[in-house]
Design a binder for this molecule. Structure first.
Ligand SMILES: [Zn+2]
Length: 120
């Protein structure tokens, strides 16, 4: 593994803090039936799709700054935190029953996810 620069360490520390806040705020949602795939909702309500295994996220930070610095974005980190907690627990974290509207949103996000990651 290449040595990490101070700039990278600082960027990761900042994103990790934001990621913990997203997890604690309940903004990370596992996609049903999709191992390692999550939807993370930003503070402004924007949803991004994350693949934990590859570290891919659909947000601008991951596409531009993240790839330039070679670090994951806060959404990818937040999804990784939840993913690893679930693996340690040995079973998925129970989620509250979805409202009808939530189910429609989940279907929309899932379709968007498949469009983005399914074509790679
Ligand atoms: Zn992201």
């Amino acid at each position: 593994m290449a040595a990490m620069t101070a700039q990278q360490a600082k960027a990761i520390a900042e994103r990790y803090q934001r990621a913990v806040e997203l997890v604690e705020a309940g903004k990370v949602f596992r996609l049903y039936g999709e191992s390692g795939r999550y939807v993370v909702v930003n503070g402004n309500g924007q949803a991004y799709l994350v693949d934990v295994d590859s570290g891919q996220c659909t947000c601008p930070d991951a596409r531009y700054r993240g790839s330039r610095l070679g670090i994951p974005c806060k959404h990818a980190l937040a999804a990784a935190i939840v993913h690893e907690a679930q693996k340690e627990a040995g079973e998925p974290t129970p989620q509250p029953p979805a409202e009808e509207e939530d189910t429609a949103i989940a279907a929309t996000m899932r379709a968007a996810y498949e469009r983005i990651f399914g074509s790679i």
